[in-house]
Design a protein around this ligand. Structure first.
Ligand code: PCA
Length: 324
């Protein structure tokens, strides 16, 4: 080969080698339906990361628990089986009670208050995640939580013995206080649980009821707006620390923008979901006064229990929030 041509060819090969050494393909497991806004925002994030890193990090989103089931995602990211993933973090409040900060009933019931509470909790939550070998890139709230039933419910007299799908320890406690029998089930398995009678009630947003078409089995949704829990997109700490500064900054920029866009999307969709439940035949109503009073009393007890299990850090979060 002509000498000059050879050097051009060599240079081309070297460029390719350099590019492929720096291009990393990451699988990102997510737990919720592909059409859910959290999952769509995961794709939005992946696009931004590709863009801001100049193609160095190429994330493939796997929604619906298709790569790892919801309950397996945290561990997969902790152990590096997946470098990055999304998890409903309060599902792990049984092992790290602080992570239940966003499930305190009636403490922060609007998007604005929820974001203040997150600002108050953020450093302590991040320290907790650090101890679990995780770094949170962004978090995004679900719409407010209310109760689904297959009958009219006016008070706890109507909830005795009802089989209840919980998504974390706090919701299981809530159910027990109402005389219900909780069983923890991921959103991806919810339709099946309702169809087979394993569950006949649950607490969630309009979003999950819509995704899982729960009108096929249930009839009533009671708006309670008890709390707005959050999903987190988390990255393995070793992976994060192994990135160069520019790449980390690019990821953080993508994450900050996605977190803001995702919260706005959640707020925008909240009442649309209720309209869809109604259009499909469900009764969507505010919880009645007797039921609401009972829920508030249980909520106060749950907050006290959470504070007792978390200790000073929990009180500091609530104090900081109330001072805002
Ligand atoms: N949907 C998720 C968590 C909170 C929500 O609104 C679920 O029910 O699993």
């Amino acid at each position: 080969m002509h000498k000059q041509l050879l050097s051009v060819a060599l240079a081309a090969t070297m460029t390719l080698a350099v590019t492929s050494a720096h291009a990393e393909k990451w699988d990102m497991p997510m737990a919720y339906a592909a059409t859910n806004f959290h999952s769509e925002m995961g794709v939005f994030f992946a696009d931004k990361v590709r863009d801001y890193t100049g193609g160095k990090i190429d994330i493939t989103v796997h929604p619906g628990g298709s790569l790892f089931k919801g309950g397996e995602i945290k561990r997969a990211v902790q152990t590096g089986q997946a470098p990055i993933g999304e998890r409903f973090m309060s599902a792990h409040a049984n092992e790290a009670p602080l992570l239940g900060w966003d499930n305190l009933p009636f403490l922060a019931t609007t998007y604005e208050d929820n974001s203040k509470l997150w600002a108050a909790a953020r450093d302590k939550v991040n320290a907790q995640l650090d101890s679990l070998n995780l770094v949170a890139l962004y978090t995004c709230p679900w719409p407010g939580q209310g109760f689904y039933f297959k009958k009219e419910v006016a008070s706890s007299a109507d909830t005795q013995g009802v089989k209840f799908r919980s998504y974390n320890a706090a919701t299981a406690t809530f159910a027990r206080e109402l005389g219900m029998t909780p069983v923890q089930i991921e959103a991806a398995e919810l339709s099946q649980a309702l169809a087979t009678g394993v569950a006949e009630s649950f607490i969630s947003s309009g979003s999950t009821g819509y995704d899982r078409k729960v009108w096929e089995h249930l009839t009533h949704y009671y708006k309670v707006n008890a709390w707005l829990p959050r999903n987190y997109v988390i990255i393995n700490k070793g992976v994060w620390n192994g990135l160069d500064g520019d790449t980390r900054a690019a990821l953080q920029k993508a994450a900050d923008e996605t977190g803001a866009a995702c919260a706005a999307k959640s707020a925008e969709l909240a009442s649309w979901y209720f309209e869809q439940l109604e259009a499909n035949g469900m009764k969507v109503e505010d919880a009645g006064p007797t039921f609401l009073k009972e829920l508030q009393a249980i909520g106060a007890k749950m907050q006290a229990d959470w504070l007792a299990s978390v200790g000073a850090d929990g009180q500091a979060i609530i104090d900081a929030y109330k001072a805002m």
